[in-house]
Design a protein around this ligand. Structure first.
Ligand code: KG4
Ligand code: ZN
Length: 346
């Protein structure tokens, strides 16, 4: 069996990205990935403005596809399929990538598949890696999601826990905003937290029963703490205290999922998987249990098309296809209460 080459397109939020991945058996290899960030366009608003995002995707989508093809040394005529992240995300942004992918696939008579962006964040953990022993516990911690899955295969994920309010990445961005660290703030807060001293700054660790998460309370606690008795302490000290409770909750809940699922492997993806404390703590708890840990490498943590191409390649190799009428959708199929194409409730 020869390798097949799949083009993946990501445009769910504020990153325009295109990538080529080859699939041979279960092995996924990234041939190229080009990403154009929109951080500069949204900075003054301290958050992503949907209308600005979708218009910027329109300007950038063709150049990033050209870049991915040039870097991978693969012309469009040599592709074996096209995948797009078609849910969840900002609807106008999703439409740009989904429509472009359909147009390329239709004009070249290639298979087209839509990919759920949340699942793609987990597929990011198996790109360019040797095979894994299944089942696995999967954790996606990003700007829009904090969800736990039991996974029987890279695409076979069942939701077992999720945030009931903010996502972990959102908590980092809001914390960074409270500490005036600029936009986007998650990575900056993380870097600052490495050098701070949290002693004496007492933020509460949110403790939910089961496998759900909640991050809205700790954000309020930080907002109160910075104006309290420790107000003159450096921002780094607050960053260290805040990161410890946000990641503390993620790690405690992940530990519980590992206990419950007794799975031999653990996958962690999404923007927050870049977090240095999360990476250290996840290694510690997995090592203690003899669980094989795959955290996405830093370059595949934040939004990218390599993970979309990888998930699409797995679907296409399994003989799956989507129709030209596949719609973009704001919610993940794996979100609690989401409706699938047949109106099925999760
Ligand atoms: O996965 P992603 O690129 O987009 C979504 O699908 O939401 O995740 C972006 C999120 C942002 O909230 C960003 O602040 C957060 O990931 N992030 C981090 C770090 N790097 C990015 N949060 C904590 N520590 C980091 N090092
Ligand atoms: Zn994402």
């Amino acid at each position: 069996m020869s390798a097949r080459i799949i083009l993946g397109i990501e445009s769910s939020c504020d990153e325009t990205s295109a990538a080529l991945v080859s699939i041979h058996g279960e092995e996924l290899r990234v041939l190229s990935c080009g990403t154009a960030s929109q951080d500069d366009l949204h900075r003054e608003y301290r958050g992503v403005v949907p209308e600005i995002a979708s218009r910027a995707h329109l300007d950038r989508i063709i150049p990033v596809i050209r870049r991915a093809c040039a870097e991978g040394g693969v012309a469009l005529k040599h592709l074996d399929g096209v995948a797009a992240g078609h849910r969840p995300g900002l609807i106008g942004s999703l439409l740009v990538g989904t429509s472009t992918a359909k147009a390329i696939a239709w004009s070249r008579n290639l298979p087209f598949v839509g990919v759920d962006h949340v699942i793609a964040h987990l597929v990011a953990c198996v790109l360019d890696q040797p095979p894994l022993v299944w089942p696995a516990v999967g954790l996606v911690a990003s700007g829009g999601h904090t969800s736990l899955f039991r996974m029987e295969s890279p695409l076979g994920a069942q939701l077992i826990g999720a945030t009931i309010d903010d996502a972990a990445g959102e908590a980092f961005d809001k914390g960074a905003s409270i500490l005036n660290l600029g936009y986007p703030g998650g990575a900056r807060l993380d870097a600052l937290a490495e050098v701070g001293d949290a002693s004496g700054i007492d933020l509460p660790l949110t403790r939910l029963k089961g496998l759900d998460f909640s991050f809205s309370g700790v954000k309020t606690a930080l907002a109160l703490a910075v104006t309290g008795p420790h107000a003159t302490r450096p921002a780094a000290d607050f960053a260290t205290a805040y990161r410890a409770v946000v990641i503390g909750q993620v790690v405690r809940t992940l530990e519980r999922a590992l206990e419950q699922c007794k799975a031999p492997s653990c996958l962690i993806g999404g923007g927050v998987a870049s977090n240095l404390l999360l990476r250290r703590e996840a290694s510690r708890i997995c090592e203690a249990r003899g669980v094989a840990l795959r955290i996405a490498p830093h370059r595949w943590c934040t939004d990218n098309a390599a993970m979309i191409a990888g998930a699409g390649a797995l679907r296409i190799a399994a003989g799956e296809r989507d129709g030209w009428d596949l719609a973009a959708h704001p919610l993940s199929l794996l979100a609690r209460g989401a409706r699938g194409p047949q109106g099925r409730r999760q």
